[in-house]
Design a protein around this ligand. Sequence first.
Ligand code: COA
Length: 183
Amino acid sequence: MKRRSKILGADSFLYKECFIQHMLIRKAKKVDIESIHKLDRESTRYHKKFDADFYTISEKWWKIKKDSQLKAIKSPTNLVLVAELDEKVVGYIWGYVETIMKNKIGKIQELIVTSKQRGKGIGKELIKRMLDFFKERECVISEIEVFVENLPTIQVYEKAGFKKREYKMQLKLNKTTKFRPFF
Ligand SMILES: CC(C)(COP(=O)(O)OP(=O)(O)OC[C@H]1O[C@@H](n2cnc3c(N)ncnc32)[C@H](O)[C@@H]1OP(=O)(O)O)[C@@H](O)C(=O)NCCC(=O)NCCS
């Protein structure tokens, strides 16, 4: 018992009541950027099944994204957290506070847990820590955009208390040009 409490610091939590492995949730550092990038690439492969064109991402855009993440790591209105299992980054969440007409909104920009470690409570803990940050920053609500086809993730957010509120509707106006926002 004594040894366990020594190993588990304030940022750790028991990993599915398994006392051998433990999970550490901590703020991302500059050195984590490549691990985060690897997770981002995994997330893109996962999302391609919902919209292959949307998730066709250029190398130029990946660089822009990495630069934004490095800025986010240092920004007081952003929070980037990583989940570490046995000193390996297995998940991350990125959120930021946006002020619209004096109302503070906590936006979740990215969330991914590597496929082998899903369903073990890591995503739930990352969301919880992000919501704590939003509350500390006096956000009134938290928002996330998620593809309608991404049903497992919708369930994860619903379990965290999120409710479906608005539909983002799209109509394709040009049948020959692909919509590729990350090019
Ligand atoms: C979404 C994601 C981060 C969730 O991480 P995770 O570690 O697997 O989630 P957890 O194990 O913490 O599960 C949280 C809750 O959701 C439930 N849940 C997890 N996966 C589920 C699934 N596939 N279907 C239904 N419920 C699920 C869990 O049972 C748990 O419920 P509980 O609160 O009652 O215990 C992960 O599935 C993922 O990376 N998905 C692909 C990327 C993605 O879609 N990202 C979001 C972009 S908007």
